[in-house]
Each structure stands twice: as C-alpha cells, then as structure tokens.
Write a protein that binds this ligand. Sequence first.
Ligand SMILES: [Fe+2]
Ligand SMILES: [Fe+2]
Length: 207
Amino acid sequence: MDMPIVPARPIKKRVETSFKTSPLPSQLSALLQKAYSAEKAAAYAYQGHSASVKSLPEKAAIRQIEEDEWNHRKEVFAIMNHYAIPVSKWYEVRFAVIGRIISASCHVIGWFMPFFFAGKLESGNVCEYFRMKRYFNSIGINTWDIILYEMGMKEKEHEIYFLNKIRQSRVLPFFERFFNWGRNKSFNNIDLDKKYPVEESDGYCKK
Ligand SMILES: [Fe+2]
Ligand SMILES: [Fe+2]
C-alpha cells in the first residue's frame, strides 16, 4: 500500500526580537532600575512626612515634593521602556519597605529629623542623575540629557527646601558634624543661584 504523502510542514522562521535601540551596559540598566524604585521609596517617605507635620504650608510643600518624585519615577520608567529594561522586583520590594519604614518613623522622631534626613537624602540623589547623564554620554547617547539634568536640578531644589527649613536650628551644627550634611556641607557641588546650562553641566558631581 502506498503511504499517503504528507505535505512538508513549512519551516517556521525564527523571528529575532530586537531592541528598539542597542541594549545598555548592565551597570547603567541597574542604575535606572534602582532610581526607578528609589523614587517610590522617596514618595512613600514624603507621604508620612507630610502627614506628620502640622503646618499647612509645610504639608503642601512636601506633598508637591512627593508629586515630583512620582513624576521622576515616570520619567525613569520611560527611559527604561525605551531600552526594554524590566523593573527589578527585588528593588521594588526593598525600596517599598524602606519607604514605608521612613514614612512611619516620621510620626515618632519629632519635627527636625525628618527634614534633616530628607535634605541629606536629596543631596545625595542630585548626583545620581548627573552621573547617569555622563554614563549615557560616555556611550554616545545624548537623548536624555535634558530630562536627567532637570531631574538632578529638581532634587537640588528639594535639598534646598529642606535645608532652609532647618537652617536656623540650634541642633543643625551637631547633626552636620555627625552626618556630613547641613549649612556648609553638601553631597553635590551645585549652586542653584549660579546654574550651569545642560551643555556645560559635566563638571557637576565629578567626585
Ligand atoms: Fe526624585
Ligand atoms: Fe527629591
């Protein structure tokens, strides 16, 4: 008996999934993932901070800062999306816990400390975005210059807001000596009154 002729199955072509642009170095991807999650920690922390202060103008200002952090998270997410970088589940959980702990602690550590530590944290965050910008530039990408520059500057504005709130405090010099941040010490070299434009901002955060 003749065997029925089975038509040959068409060979499926392997479709290679490609990135919209070239993938980033893993170190830079990790920086973006971390910044994305850290922005959530900051936003959570400010929720507790704004709830813990009594003054209405302070509440409004801290709520605005929280809003800025959510916006930063969106901006960072857009960059990650562009390069198909996934959100890190580990960072998301870790920073959510950190944010919630800071948020709760704002209700028990008095008025001064939440302002002090927020300012100190913002001071360090400023450089995250300037370093990220330099990293992108070093691999020939300038697409995100303005967005990263603006996020860095916004963090500087946050730092100055918190510093101005506690500038006159008698305990500030003690905290400054101990934690290296305050009236005379900062974790970045940006002066908002003498800002360099984006194209001349490479001298920021070189340390
Ligand atoms: Fe931020
Ligand atoms: Fe901030």
